[in-house]
Design a protein around this ligand. Sequence first.
Ligand code: MN3
Length: 240
Amino acid sequence: MDRKKFLKTSAILAGTTILPSNSIFANNINNNGIEKITDDKGNFIQQSLPYNIDYLEPFMDSETLDLHHSFHHGGAVKGANKDIEMIKRSIKQNDFNMVDHWTKKLSFHLSSHILHSIFWTNLTKRSSAPSDALLKKIEKDFGSLDKMQGLLSKLSKSIEGSGWGVLAYQPQSDTLVILQCENHHKLTIWGAVPLLVIDVWEHAYYLKYKNRRGDFVDALMNIINWDNIAERYEIAKKLN
Ligand code: MN3
C-alpha cells in the first residue's frame, strides 16, 4: 500500500467521515468524499474555519477560537507531519525504539487533528435539529434527545484531565455510543466513527470560562450543528 493510500485508510479507520457533495462543508472534502486532512502528497493540512473568528460569540470567544484553531489544532498538524517523517527515518535506520516513540506521538497528534477538524464543523449559530433518521436512532439507543444530550454533557464535564466527550456511531454493533476520550486518543472503541465531539481541554475554554468547564459544555449545547451531525451519521451508517 502506498503512503497516500495508507494515510487515507488510516484516517478513515481513525474516524474521519465522508460528507455528501451538497454539504456546506463540501469544499473540505476530496474526490472520494473524505474530509480533507492531507494534501495531494499525503502531508497533513489544516482547513480554514468554516466561519468568521467572531461567529460563535458569545458562546465561544474570538480570542479562544483563534488560539485554539491556529496554535493548538495547528500545532497538532505540524506534530503529525513531523511524526510521520521521524517514523520513516527511524524505520530506515532500523531504530525500533524510535519507531515506537514516534508512533505514539502520531497517535496523539493525528487523533487531535481529526477530532479538531470534526469539532469546528460540529458548531454553528444557525438553528438546526437532528434529521428524522438520526433522531429515531438517538431515541432507540438513549430514550430521547434530551437524555442523550444530558448524558453527553455529564460525561464530557467529568472527563479526567484533558479530553473529549464523543457521540459516535459504532458500525459493528449498529449503535450510537458516548465515549469519554482522554487526551485525543485514549478510551475509544475501534471502528467508532465520531459524529459530535466536545473539546474539554482547558485551552478550549479557560480564557472566558476560567475553571467552569461545566458552563462551557452547557454553552456549546446551544451551538450544535445537527445538520452536520446528521450528515456524518448518514455516511457512518453505510459502514454497517
Ligand atoms: Mn482542542
